[in-house]
Design a protein around this ligand. Structure first.
Ligand code: AMP
Ligand code: GLY
Length: 419
């Protein structure tokens, strides 16, 4: 297999690392990749990951047999459609199926049509309707931009003027949904789909807020854990029955052919699990904790997904726990500088901790430079979450660059008595 990974984040570095361990591969390319993936395969840094033609041209040139698409923007742009047309097997949904993430109105309609538990919502297309809907309600509500927004298109508020201002801005070039505010805790569930069969992976949780104790502004995700200690096999079975199976049957009923990763962003409420959103790919930073816990050869797994044989695949999951801490640039999730030189990076035995880069590059003198808001994920491993946390937090301070910061409380809310 010659594998191409599309993307440049820590999720794609994790995919590249896991695939680099496969006995099946004879070539590994990452487009565009980062300074971390460069150590594992060949970075195709000239490729524009959101341009289907650019990705496909590079894949043909390098005789790629299988492609794995990381980011939603590439999937929504139709990268999978173009690769398949060129005869290259691709892990990820086509553009039509990617609407489950790229249009919140589409996914809300889908959930309502197929009776999948989710927050009650109305679709909003004009400022007049926005004012009417917001002013007729009390309490806390959530407004969501319908299209892709990299985690920044959602406002939870009980201030009606704030909701109207936020919505008015978005309505300039997109539509909205206004939805009921759900309380509970959030988890991320991932299923692999091959067009006919599906397999569930262990539960994850992502820590989306920038501040201590889940406060402050939303980010792309400041840390993650896998598995989630509160999610028993019984709860997972309930999620499968009430959410995963109806979603997969809904896809079949609507004649949506789906291959790749389907991500269920769930709120665990007192009434049971409810879908906050679907994503059509691995989460970031969930992939960084989830993929290292898959024991099976990822090359074999990809092959079985591409040939519709997931049901026969002997999927093996490691019994350990993983906890990931994201190291961010100063100012993130607001404005932040780029190209900060990295002074030091941790090195640990792979059994204890791993380091994944996001959008880093190396300058001519062998120095690593940052290239985004979230720059690295440090992942610690242990026999449970507490020992994984010790490993992650012993390595995280060794990622040094000017203004580097991380949340010190990833996973904490799941520990007994908050400790
Ligand atoms: P989404 O992109 O739809 O997942 O929304 C981003 C984040 O906003 C979620 O991860 C939640 O933290 C929060 N959120 C979204 N919808 C709701 C809701 N209905 N109730 C409470 N929080 C929500
Ligand atoms: N972890 C959230 C996301 O990948 O969208």
């Amino acid at each position: 297999m010659k594998v191409l990974i599309v993307g440049s984040g820590a999720r794609e570095h994790t995919l590249a690392w896991k695939i680099s361990l496969s006995k099946r591969i004879s070539g590994l390319f990452i487009a565009p990749g980062n300074a971390g993936t460069q150590e594992l395969g060949e970075n195709l840094s000239d490729v524009n990951q959101c341009d289907p033609e650019s990705v496909t041209r590079a894949a043909i040139e390098h005789k790629v047999t299988h492609a794995v698409i990381g980011p939603e923007s590439a999937l929504a742009a139709g990268v999978v459609d173009a690769l398949r047309e060129a005869g290259i097997a691709a892990i990820g949904p086509d553009k039509r199926a990617a609407r489950l993430e790229s249009s919140k109105q589409f996914s809300k309609d889908f959930m309502q049509r197929h009776g999948i538990p989710t927050a009650a919502a109305v679709e909003i297309d004009s400022v007049e309707q926005l004012k009417q809907e917001v002013e007729s309600r009390n309490g806390r509500w959530v407004l969501k931009k319908s299209g892709l927004a990299a985690g920044k298109g959602v406002l939870e508020s009980d201030d009606r003027q704030e909701l109207i201002d936020f919505g008015t801005e978005i309505l300039k070039d997109d539509s909205l949904i206004l939805e009921e505010f759900l309380t509970g805790y959030e988890i991320s569930i991932f299923a692999l789909l091959d067009g006919k069969n599906y397999r569930l992976l262990p539960s994850c949780a992502d820590f989306k807020k920038a501040g201590l104790g889940d406060t402050g502004p939303n980010t792309g995700g400041m840390g993650s854990i896998c598995p989630v200690p509160t999610i028993s096999n019984g709860i997972l079975a309930k999620i499968e029955k009430e959410i995963v199976v109806p979603t997969i049957e809904g896809l079949k009923k609507d004649d949506i052919y789906y291959t790749g990763v389907l991500y269920f962003g769930l709120m665990m409420t007192e009434e049971g699990p409810k879908v906050l959103e679907y994503n059509v790919r691995f989460g970031d930073p969930e992939a960084q904790v989830l993929l290292p816990l898959i024991q099976s050869d990822l090359g074999n797994l990809i092959d079985s997904m591409c040939s519709g044989k997931l049901d026969e695949f002997p999927l093996r999951i490691c019994e350990r726990s993983a906890l990931g801490v994201v190291i961010a640039s100063p100012g993130y999730p607001g404005e932040y500088p780029l190209s900060i030189p990295v002074e030091s990076l941790p090195k640990r035995p792979e059994r204890e901790a791993l380091l994944f880069h996001a959008a880093t590059s190396s300058d001519g003198d062998g120095r690593i430079l940052t290239g985004g808001g979230r720059c690295f994920t440090v992942v610690g491993f242990g026999s449970n979450l507490l020992s994984a946390r010790v490993k992650a937090y012993s390595a995280a301070p060794e990622v040094r660059f000017e203004g580097a910061w991380f949340r010190p409380d990833i996973g904490k809310k799941f520990f007994i008595d908050g400790e």
